[in-house]
Ligand binder design. Structure first.
Ligand code: C2O
Ligand code: CU
Length: 476
């Protein structure tokens, strides 16, 4: 295989001039020459239809209802959907836009929508601590604005280990029009499902305590609801992957043989500088934003592989699997578009006057069955963490167990100060952070003026169900 040595860009200038003259620029990919026709048609997400003519308002309808998906060709599987598909529609907006969602529940049980990673008013958070569940046949309007650019997602917060597993989740992209274009964009929601021999979803409500303890992992890997999809991409053309891990328990460590990723962002928008990585890992609930520039010759096939990340519970013993294929096709792109060295500045949170909170992730086996908790308390006996509006806190999150737990806080973003005393190499905004087995992470956060009851939990959803969930009371 020949690696192309790209020469300096020849098309940047004319393209940017064209951009200035056109409206709608700033959408990722538009300043790059096109990919082959229908290049992403196997994975492209349906986009939510904006019913509001105001350019600063995105007003959409979302219905939760039972539907069908075809994970294996010719075999229909009953799933739970938003607007008929899993994943549900992609919600796309710009920073500062207002979102109005008219939500209707057509499921046979109650549900809510939680907006994962968004800094929104407490009443809009869609958790069991912020609203009455939406009963079958009922409606609820979610209304809030998007304060930050980034990759986010939405999913139910009632019986979430079952409802998300059945297919209820969708992606949210908040664009910052000031951001430079990084490449042709692919929003990829990753999941795994457990299908039986008939192609039916193994009922998550029948999961045993031991299965929940290990965290339910499926036998079919999905990218935007498709098993082993293929894409056509031009050699040398940068691709911006917006990755979301919507699985109940599976970590996705991704690698493409012989190629590297430049991670440019995470949960809460861009990093300060691109981070070159051979593989990229995301835990349930987490997101990554990464640029990959497929190198090779027309006709080559590159495989994005799922690699066995060891989160404990024997998960490191699995074999690598193919997740998705990139077929190199179309005119090779010879010009290189180097990434900006500096992406943005993120001021460190001032922790001089911070209050410290001790949060242990715990597990017990009182009658031979696993009960998980925060500081020894399952959610049913939660002792809330208290904070005041305007206060900065440091959460010392100590994982006392032998497996990793992706720790997620609703409504606020945090910075990682250190993991067992070691500061991370890159400063970024997080809302979900995988705390490795027997390690302690220190997270810094400032509570802005959004009082209320906010949840935090392990995003291995089976663990949240087993009790590893707590409450934060922000008071004013
Ligand atoms: Cu995606 Cu309570 O979380
Ligand atoms: Cu967990």
């Amino acid at each position: 295989m020949m690696l192309r040595r790209p020469s300096p860009s020849r098309y940047v200038l004319p393209v940017f001039l064209a951009c200035a003259a056109l409206s709608g620029c700033g959408v990722a990919g538009e300043t790059f020459p096109p990919e082959p026709d229908d290049w992403d048609k196997e994975v492209a997400l349906p986009v939510a239809v904006d019913l509001n003519p105001d350019p600063r308002i995105v007003e959409i309808k979302i219905e939760a209802r039972i539907g069908q998906a075809e994970f294996t060709p010719g075999v229909k599987t009953d799933v739970w959907t938003y607007n008929g598909t899993t994943p549900g529609p992609l919600i796309r907006a710009k920073v500062g836009d207002k979102l109005i969602v008219h939500f209707t529940n057509h499921l046979p049980e109650e549900t809510t929508i939680h907006w994962h990673g968004l800094r929104l008013p407490n009443a809009m958070d869609g958790s069991e601590s912020t609203q009455a569940p939406v009963a079958p046949g009922e409606t609820f309007d979610y209304v809030f604005t998007f304060p930050d650019a980034g990759t986010f997602w939405y999913h139910p917060h009632i019986r979430s280990s079952e409802q998300v597993e059945k297919g209820l989740y969708g992606a949210i992209i908040v664009d910052d029009p000031e951001e430079p274009p990084f490449g042709h964009e692919l929003v990829l929601v990753l999941d795994d499902i457990l299908l039986d021999a008939e192609g039916a979803l193994n009922p998550p409500e029948e999961e045993t305590n031991l299965e929940s303890y290990f965290g339910r992992q499926g036998n079919v890997l999905l990218v935007n609801g498709h098993a082993s999809p293929k894409l056509q991409v031009r050699p040398g053309m940068p691709l911006r992957l917006r990755l979301i891990d919507a699985a109940n328990a599976r970590y996705f460590e991704l690698g493409i043989n012989g190629q590297h990723f430049d991670r440019i962002g995470g949960d809460g928008g861009l990093l300060e500088a691109p981070q070159a990585l051979d593989t990229i890992v995301i835990a349930p609930g987490e997101r990554a934003d990464a640029v990959v520039t497929p190198a090779g010759d027309v006709g080559d096939q590159l495989v994005i592989k799922w690699l066995p990340f060891d989160r404990g519970s024997g998960t490191g013993l699995a074999e690598p699997r193919d997740l998705m294929r990139l077929d190199l096709a179309g005119e090779p792109v010879e010009e290189e578009r180097p990434l900006p060295r500096h992406l943005r500045t993120i001021a460190p949170i001032n922790t001089e006057a911070a209050t410290e909170q001790q949060i242990q992730l715990t597990e017990e086996f009182p009658n031979g069955a696993a009960v998980m908790g925060i500081n020894g308390h399952p959610f049913s006996e939660t002792v809330p963490i208290e904070a005041w509006v305007g206060e900065t806190q440091i959460w010392r999150v100590e994982n006392t167990t032998m497996a990793d737990h992706p720790f997620h806080l609703h409504g606020f973003r945090f910075q990682i100060l250190d993991l067992d005393g070691e500061a991370p190499a890159y400063r970024e905004w997080k809302d979900t952070f995988s705390v490795p087995a027997m390690k302690t992470a220190r997270l810094a956060m400032t509570f802005d003026d959004r009082p209320g009851d906010w949840m935090f939990h392990c995003h291995i959803l089976d663990h949240a169900t087993l009790g590893m969930m707590g409450m934060l009371m922000v008071m004013k």
